[in-house]
Design a protein around this ligand. Structure first.
Ligand code: TAP
Length: 482
């Protein structure tokens, strides 16, 4: 039980204006879809229907790709980098000005706590546009190779866990490098992408530079398969990432795939243990654990395992799970019924395999999709809950005795997206970071992001990097103009 009772602190939703239905944003305006089946997007905390959204058909995707091609050849690829940068700066400023509106809409559509949408998603989304605005006129000096040039039309498919932030990760570098885009948000979280369309208009972005088509997997597939797409950028599950890789094999399309993860958060016996507990909480209970780089496996040195277990559970019992619109809420709603079922299924597997399940026992709202912060102890490396991504507020605890054993266990997954190390010794941090097959390694912290820092994976976590100078490489071609 929490030692404190907090008075309700609800954020007002009056700042957002949600239409009852939305079309597709193509060529700078909202147009009706040509016949797909519209679908509803719901607030996962209440199951209230928020809006009806269009399903883009193959024909709609074709229209969007053509609009992007026209904008590319006639306007965007001809514009100077300095001028492109001005548009990106303008978008960044508008996102800042409308941050509250976006944060509330994100929380309503996604279920994440308002304090996270407000303090993480929105500032980072704006930061991505600011950062890439700065690069737009400096690509010749970014060590990308001789004569960096845009690729053309980029197809982008994003997931539901950080809807606006993933949009920013995709659109900002693409535009900075002179490409135009056709982007599909996830079926369960389309609203902030549709609001972003309004930002594009407000910024006077030339029509067709950004096109947003909504729909489910079939719409994503239509983007992937369209012959007019020069490059694909995908974030989502490894299963869909593999399908995309198969679909484009043998074509001239380039791709970056940012897929799943099963990160180890490694706690040594000399770590500041209370800070490590906070790092674990931030690592796996931030955003309900819907984070590809979440610290979903704790590897703790055996001699402190009992103490860590005690302190972690004491801390988890204080997490406030509930109304995402309440500014005191720590853990919000699971994004969809489908995802909740997937979490429940994996937790049942963990129990059946013999791991010991503990949850925080907190009260949950009656409507909506919820899952209590959950810890599995007695987990062995062969357990599915130690190998597969659960993508929910569930952590598996394993132990180790030596640094070498920690490295071997940390690397023993099909993934390689991120890792965390908690220790007092700098030399050990450097040695471990060198051994870990993970794209990002945090030391004495976790889940810290910055647009200047490249992000991406090894193995089944995908390929290519997003963010930083490295992230630009995916959006340009260099060398001879053959
Ligand atoms: P995915 O199916 O991979 O969804 C990601 C995006 O791809 C969505 O926009 C999705 O559309 C789209 N998509 C689906 N099938 C496609 C296809 N054949 N071609 C092109 N695009 C396609 O993820 P999910 O089903 O939402 O979640 C399943 C599991 O994936 C989760 O449990 C979690 O483990 C993992 N996941 C990982 C991440 C990251 S960041 N690594 C993000 C989300 C999910 P719709 O959403 O409209 O179907």
């Amino acid at each position: 039980m929490s030692p404190f009772e907090y008075a309700p602190a609800p954020e007002s939703r009056a700042v957002v204006d949600i239409a009852s239905s939305y079309g597709l944003f193509i060529g700078g305006e909202f147009v009706e879809a040509t016949g797909g089946t519209p679908f509803k997007t719901v607030n996962p905390a209440t199951e209230e229907v928020l809006a009806e959204v269009s399903e883009a058909t193959d024909d709609d995707v074709d229209t969007a790709v053509r609009a992007a091609r026209t904008a590319y050849t006639r306007v965007w690829s001809r514009m100077s980098g300095a001028d492109r940068g001005k548009y990106l700066f303008r978008i960044a400023r508008i996102l800042q000005e409308r941050a509250r509106e976006f944060a509330v809409l994100e929380t309503l559509d996604n279920g994440k706590p308002i304090k996270e949408a407000r303090d993480v998603d929105l500032p980072l989304a704006a930061a991505h546009f600011f950062y890439h605005a700065g690069w737009a006129d400096k690509l010749d000096h970014a060590s990308l190779g001789p004569d960096p040039r845009p690729l053309g039309v980029v197809g982008q498919v994003i997931p539901w866990n950080f809807p606006l932030l993933m949009l920013s990760w995709k659109i900002a570098p693409a535009l900075a490098c002179g490409n135009t885009v056709v982007l599909k948000p996830a079926e369960t979280t389309p609203l902030t992408a549709l609001l972003f369309a309004d930002v594009c208009r407000q910024a006077d972005l030339p029509p067709g530079v950004v096109n947003i088509v909504t729909g489910a997997g079939a719409t994503g597939q239509a983007i992937v398969d369209h012959p007019g797409i020069d490059k694909l950028a995908f974030t989502g599950s490894t299963a869909v990432g593999k399908m995309i890789a198969r679909s484009i094999a043998g074509t001239r399309k380039k791709a970056t795939l940012e897929l799943g993860g099963k990160a180890a958060n490694i706690i040594f016996d000399d770590a500041p243990i209370d800070q490590a507990v906070e790092g674990i909480v931030n690592g796996i209970f931030f955003n309900q654990g819907h984070v590809c780089c979440a610290g979903s496996r704790i590897l703790v040195q055996e001699n402190i395992a009992e103490e860590l277990d005690h302190r972690l559970k004491r801390r988890l019992a204080t997490l406030r799970v509930g109304d995402p619109m309440d500014k005191n809420t720590d853990v919000g709603a699971i994004n969809s019924r489908k995802q909740l079922e997937r979490i429940e299924e994996m937790v049942a597997v963990g129990e059946a395999e013999g791991a010991e399940r503990w949850d925080s026992g907190c009260d949950l709202p009656t409507n909506g999709f919820w899952f209590r912060p959950t810890v599995f102890s007695g987990v062995s490396q062969t357990h599915r809950i130690a190998q597969e991504e659960i993508f929910g507020p569930v952590v598996s605890v394993l132990t180790f005795r030596t640094p070498a054993e920690a490295v071997a266990k940390a690397n023993n997954t099909p993934y390689g997206l991120s890792a965390g190390i908690w220790t007092e010794k700098g030399s050990r941090i450097l040695w471990m970071a060198d051994q870990l097959r993970a794209g990002v390694v945090w030391a004495n912290t976790f889940n810290k992001f910055d647009p200047s820092s490249p992000f991406g994976g090894y193995k089944e976590s995908g390929y290519g990097r997003e963010g930083g100078r490295h992230g630009l490489e995916a959006y340009v071609t260099t060398g001879g103009r053959g």
